[in-house]
Write a protein that binds this ligand. Sequence first.
Ligand SMILES: [Zn+2]
Length: 350
Amino acid sequence: MSKKLLERLNKGPVICAEGFLFEIERRGYMSSGEFVPMVSLEHPEALETLHKDFQHAGSDIVESFTYNGHREKMKVIGKEELIEPLNRAALKIARKVADLKSTGPKPNLMAGNISNSNIWNDKDKKTHLQVEKMFNEMIGWAVDEGADILIGETFYYAEEAYAALKAMKESKLPCVITIAPMGENIMRDGVSILDTCKELEQRGGDVVGMNCFRGPNTMMPYLKEIRKSLKCHVAALPINFRTTKEHPTFFNLPDNNGCSCHTPHKTPFPTALDPMQCNRYEIGKFAKEAFDLGINYLGVCCGANPMLIREVAEAVGLKVPASQYRENMENHFMYGQDIPKHMKDYGDKA
Ligand SMILES: [Zn+2]
């Protein structure tokens, strides 16, 4: 099968696992809140394992973990001198895993990655130049380390997304660009979600869509509009949390689980979101619905784990290496088929 992203998307679904920040933190190799991907230098084996786990679960794209590995964030933690080694290490690990033969006839694509800078200020042009410089250096390293495609993601300013796309396009590699509007349901510089996506298509985005911040419930309505209006391939990578109309993103998601008062409690973000996670079937349903709309670039962002990536792949008809370990309730000790009656009857009371 081709290593060309667009050829593959024209033929069917392409799966991309994201959400490295949350999953590496959950595995104990990153500090939450600070969220700097030092793992590529400090525990490269842990990052390689996560990539392999996602690959085993069906991810066609190995996205190098350089999210937040940009100059501004490195300055904040006082380790600016490590920015290039960190980026190159992450890219090399991604390249190595993408080149493994474990996916059989379906070679993986290695993606370089840039993302929201958090210093972009629509009222301060100086920040735009700073951000453009950050994008350019990261893209340079990605090209250098052999990226097959580039992913620009999680932009909540329309203009920052446009700047990212412009910088990515200079590489001549296929470009995926996904936006992540905050809870106001509009880009922070006042452009609508749909208009931002239309503009990204006009400006040459090969795949345009949404990732992060929103769970299936609050991303799907926008995806429907986007799919209807755009001709290019569309991307859908929600977070794995039950966001609602009142709380469209995971930033202010309340949780009153375990409390008898009926006032929603503000949840410490992002370290106490666990009870609001979607189950695998909700994620599978989302993927199937998006695919049926004609969205072929699918994945999960924050909250993703290998089992959910397998669920996305299988929901759109793919068989992946991890499908071998899909749930098999027939052999369950209480809910299975050929089990003693005294255990089967006990199932409802257990
Ligand atoms: Zn995310």
